[in-house]
Design a binder for this molecule. Structure first.
Ligand SMILES: [Zn+2]
Length: 329
């Protein structure tokens, strides 16, 4: 059996063929279209799947997408981080290929992938958290994948971490974990951080000259010993992440938290140390074990394929809906 896993990110769409052992057999990566209508993203995905499978037959397609989602309609109604904000996923794809299509949030898919094939195999209480453009989570409690009414039961990236913050999140809210700590927001947050502070620091001088600074440059400056980067990451950013992770532990009481996403995977030691330093300040329950995903960039593809390899009970009603609405006519 071969499944297609589609990982719809804010910048890239990754498509892979995954076997029933959770191994990626073949894969490709395309850019998110930057303009178009609500069908454009699906058209790009359909072409990528065709390029990848050629004439091979497939047993199902799993999609893990940036959210928030409207699972019943199989669409992304308003993605704060994507160039095209509203797009269809399930309908055009299921009509094109005529196989079972399962849609979930990207982090939800990754959690299911870790549970079936990865580091969380058999761990019935597990949360996957991704740290990249945004911050997202997938949550399994008692072996049950949390979904919610529209598919957004785990949008913990929008947990309020600081009620006094005037930094606006992509979703429109204030003080959200994602607004204060995601990869896309670090350059904005560090500007707010230096208000009323001074540093002997190259990074500080660049910011004061209003130069553009990327998230990776902030981390680079950290490793070079830059005073501002050190203070910001050690004493602010990691505190934000520890508070977010503690919130996840307090809410779901997991045995295991799996961390993924480029920001966490590229800076494991910083995350490990920062979380260890601050977690206890915010924790109400016994802490969970924290590990990093071993799937790297493939976690989204493997997770998406896992959704269709073994359809979670909580997604079944949506999947049945797609089949009866789009295929049986
Ligand atoms: Zn938000």
């Amino acid at each position: 059996m071969v499944y297609v896993g589609v990982d719809v990110g804010a910048t890239f769409i990754r498509v892979g063929l995954v076997d029933d052992g959770g191994n990626v057999v073949d894969k490709l990566k395309v850019r998110q279209p930057t303009s178009g209508d609500e069908n454009t993203v699906a058209e790009v995905i359909i072409k990528a799947i065709k390029d990848l499978t050629r004439s091979r037959s497939i047993d199902g397609i799993g999609i893990g997408s940036i959210g928030p989602l409207d699972l019943r309609r199989g669409i992304v109604p308003l993605a704060p981080n994507a160039p095209i904000k509203r797009f269809k996923l399930v309908e055009p794809i299921i009509r094109e290929f005529g196989v079972t299509v399962v849609l979930g949030n990207d982090a939800m898919a990754a959690a299911w992938g870790e549970y079936l094939f990865g580091i969380g195999r058999g761990v019935n209480n597990l949360v996957y958290i991704t740290f990249s453009t945004g911050i997202g989570a997938g949550v399994i409690v008692d072996g049950h994948l949390l979904v919610g009414k529209d598919g957004n039961a785990h949008e913990i990236g929008h947990a309020v971490i600081n009620v006094d913050s005037d930094i606006k999140c992509g979703c429109g809210g204030y003080g959200h974990w994602e607004a204060l700590g995601s990869g896309a927001n670090v350059p904005k947050v560090i500007r707010a951080f230096i208000r009323n502070r001074t540093y002997r620091s190259k990074l500080y001088e660049r910011l004061m000259r209003n130069e553009d600074v990327t998230t990776e440059e902030v981390f680079q400056a950290y490793y070079e010993g830059d005073e501002l980067a050190r203070d910001f990451i050690d004493n602010f950013l990691m505190k934000i992440h520890a508070a977010g992770i503690a919130t996840v532990m307090n809410a779901y009481d997991p045995e295991l938290i799996v961390l993924g996403g480029s920001m966490a995977l590229n800076h494991r030691e910083l995350f490990r140390r920062g979380i260890e330093k601050y977690l206890g300040m915010y924790l109400a329950v016994n802490p969970a074990r924290i590990e990093f995903t071993r799937f790297g960039d493939d976690v989204g593809i493997i997770g998406a394929a896992a959704l269709v390899y073994k359809i979670p009970d909580s997604l079944r009603r949506f999947v049945d809906g797609y089949i009866s609405t789009y295929l049986k006519k």
